[in-house]
Design a protein around this ligand. Structure first.
Ligand SMILES: Cc1cc2nc3c(=O)[nH]c(=O)nc-3n(C[C@H](O)[C@H](O)[C@H](O)COP(=O)(O)O)c2cc1C
Length: 194
């Protein structure tokens, strides 16, 4: 896919074909892509936990909150629509500093793009129960904290950007096909060219 089209269509996906696991070559792309992301002073404070056994995926699934802008019956994936892979983005407590959040954003961008390049959709998730996920993954709270988790799977819906004027509602919603519509400010409204 052409880069700008890849960027435009790499949206948040929240319903997946649960019968179709993410193939290992795509998992490899996802975990390799984080290495290519820039990070402040090249400190590399991030670590990752890949969760791909169905049992563990379901345990993590139970600790994440989907689509705060929608009622659960619309925004939460139903049985058969769950993601098939989670990647937890971890911060090494010995290396973390004020810009680690920026490092995480760049790594997440790489991973979600690498996945989408192979047709695998994702949902970046920060509204999560970190203590419970730490326990499920057997992580040591003295060594790492969880920045976020990313859900992956083959999406069963589309997601469309809709340009809106400033002041118009920004909450995403489902259209008549149950595809996501994501309102976005027009470029000219947020960019000043001097
Ligand atoms: C840092 C961050 C945290 C997010 N946390 C959640 C979350 O906990 N649950 C969820 O369903 N979506 C979450 N999202 C997805 C956003 O709701 C989504 O990115 C936004 O609505 C815009 O849609 P788009 O990604 O398709 O542009 C998160 C996104 C980001 C960037």
């Amino acid at each position: 896919m052409e880069l700008m089209e890849l960027l435009k269509t790499r949206r948040t996906y929240r319903r997946f074909d649960q019968s179709r696991p993410v193939p290992q070559d795509v998992v490899e792309d996802i975990i390799r892509s984080q290495q290519y992301a820039s990070c402040g002073n090249n400190r590399q404070p991030l670590r990752y936990a890949v969760v791909q056994t169905p049992e563990l995926v379901e345990k993590v699934y139970a600790q994440v909150k989907w689509a705060a802008s929608l009622p659960p019956e619309q925004g939460t994936p139903k049985d058969g629509e769950h993601p098939t892979l989670f990647v937890a983005v971890l911060e090494d407590l010995g290396l973390r500093n004020a810009i680690t959040g920026c490092d995480a954003g760049l790594a997440i961008s790489n991973m979600t793009l690498a996945a989408w390049n192979k047709g695998v959709g994702s949902c970046i998730m920060a509204n999560i129960k970190r203590t419970e996920i730490m326990e499920i993954l057997g992580l040591d709270p003295e060594k790492v904290s969880i920045h976020s988790v990313i859900a992956f799977g083959y999406p069963t819906h589309k997601s469309i950007i809709q340009e809106v004027e400033e002041g118009e509602p920004l909450a995403y919603y489902l259209n008549e096909n149950r595809d996501y519509v994501v309102p976005r400010h027009k470029t000219e409204a947020v960019v000043t060219i001097l």
